[in-house]
Design a binder for this molecule. Structure first.
Ligand SMILES: [Zn+2]
Length: 93
């Protein structure tokens, strides 16, 4: 077993998050924040859909909270491109 896996199992045994080491509240391996991060990754990468009443799967154990991602320079470039596209659309119309 790797050193990383040994550390992860030790954190889980102590009631801590296997990724960041903070105290867990609702989930078996990860804290709420890390679980939300992984959920977001699965939605983007694997196309998983959020839970809704009457749909498939278990309801989320933790109250749903949106963790905002840190703003990056990429988002600014994206906003600039969006503005350019809107300008282009106006001239075309
Ligand atoms: Zn965590």
């Amino acid at each position: 077993m790797s050193r990383q896996r040994t550390w992860q199992l030790e954190q889980i045994k102590q009631g801590r998050c296997a990724r960041c080491g903070k105290k867990r509240k609702h989930y078996a391996q990860y804290c709420d924040r890390c679980r939300a991060r992984i959920r977001g990754h699965q939605r983007r990468k694997l196309g998983y859909q959020p839970w809704h009443k009457g749909g498939r799967g278990q309801p989320p154990r933790a109250p749903l909270k949106v963790y905002k991602r840190r703003a990056k320079s990429l988002s600014v470039e994206h906003a600039d491109k969006a503005a350019l596209n809107q300008g282009g659309n106006v001239t075309n119309d």
